[in-house]
Design a protein around this ligand. Structure first.
Ligand code: PHE
Length: 330
């Protein structure tokens, strides 16, 4: 038995000690083997034999426990030494922050329209029914209200579903001519690959004397703008409908992923829809009491632009705050 005391005390790690424990106390260990010899011991000596063995058993267990504490303490100390952190150490490495891709895209869009003399206007996120819908030629129970799933509060208040109410407020506060864009967060009850309940829009409005503003003006500025954002893309206008513009159009660019050849992103059409626009409906001017004017308006989703510029597949990933993803846009 003597050798096993030495083995315990010579064990150099908790793992080695564990192996020795199994060798001594395990089912097939030395103690079990010694106890098995009992059947060959003459009866009158059995008592003494068992007593001896039990003495060893508890002595070995004590030895084992003591050694385990020593080894564990030693290993802990070594680990702490290896992982030691000098909190006073001066690091020369510094990491710079960066703009979120949505904000960066927003800045670029604002930059373009500022250079074209559009003023930047902001409004309020909690709006009322009049400014968000009614004044935009969207009377109550108008089916087109379903185009925008709205978050409502009590008393006709709501989270704005687009930044168009900023245009209404601006027109009610100032006299034409107007040249403005309204960037900001908007809210709709939507959540999937390409929709989040909060996203950002930039809408534009230009108002001048009657007969001065034409669809050709609108077409020119949007084509120029889209080439500024996406480089040398083809641009096409498709007839569409918005309650606040007549005529209305949706604007497509040739797919930036496949260059118009057709791919999964553009649903094999070669085109990507990026904008809504049109000539301001006379009913809107009537609501804000403007007379003898003409104007155009447009609206776009900033996240959609950011996704196309940075080739991001899932819109929701922009809002998860994942540093690994965001670092790619530095
Ligand atoms: N307000 C529209 C929307 O959010 C966008 C738009 C603005 C379309 C101006 C046409 C003209 O869907």
């Amino acid at each position: 038995m003597k050798e096993w005391y030495d083995k315990i005390n010579e064990a150099s790690s908790v793992n080695a000690l564990e192996e020795i424990r199994v060798a001594i106390f395990g089912k097939k260990g030395v103690l079990a083997a010694e106890f098995a010899k009992m059947k060959d011991v003459p009866n009158e000596q059995k008592g003494q034999f068992a007593k001896e063995l039990n003495k060893h058993k508890s002595a070995l267990m004590n030895e084992f426990t003591a050694r385990k504490i020593v080894l564990q303490t030693q290993e802990l100390q070594e680990a702490m030494k290896a992982e030691a952190l000098d909190v006073s150490m001066f690091s020369t490495k510094s990491s710079a922050g960066a703009l979120h891709p949505v904000m960066e895209t927003m800045d670029r869009i604002v930059e373009y329209f500022s250079s074209m003399n559009f003023a930047v206007k902001t409004g309020q996120i909690v709006e009322d029914d009049f400014h968000n819908f009614e004044a935009l030629n969207l009377p109550k129970y108008h089916p087109a209200r379903d185009m925008q799933d709205t978050f409502y509060f009590k008393d006709e208040m709501l989270l704005r579903t687009h930044t168009s109410p900023v245009q209404i407020r601006t027109m009610m506060n100032t006299q034409p001519p107007i040249r403005m864009i309204a960037p900001g967060a908007v809210f709709r009850r939507d959540y999937d690959l390409t929709h989040t309940p909060m996203f950002h829009q930039i809408e534009g409005l230009l108002v001048d004397e009657e007969g001065k503003v034409s669809f050709a003006n609108l077409k020119f500025i949007l084509e120029d703008f889209l080439k500024y954002m996406f480089g040398d893309v083809a641009v096409r206008f498709r007839p569409s409908f918005f309650p606040f513009t007549e005529p209305s159009a949706e604007v497509d660019i040739s797919c930036v992923f496949c260059e118009g050849k057709g791919c999964r992103v553009c649903s094999h059409t070669g085109w990507l829809e990026v904008l809504g626009c049109g000539i301001v409906d006379p009913n809107v001017f009537e609501a804000v009491e403007y007379k003898n004017v003409s104007g155009y308006a447009f609206g776009l989703g900033v996240e959609r632009f950011a996704m196309l510029i940075h080739q991001i597949g899932d819109l929701r990933s922009l809002f998860e705050g994942d540093i690994k993803l965001l670092e790619q846009f530095q």
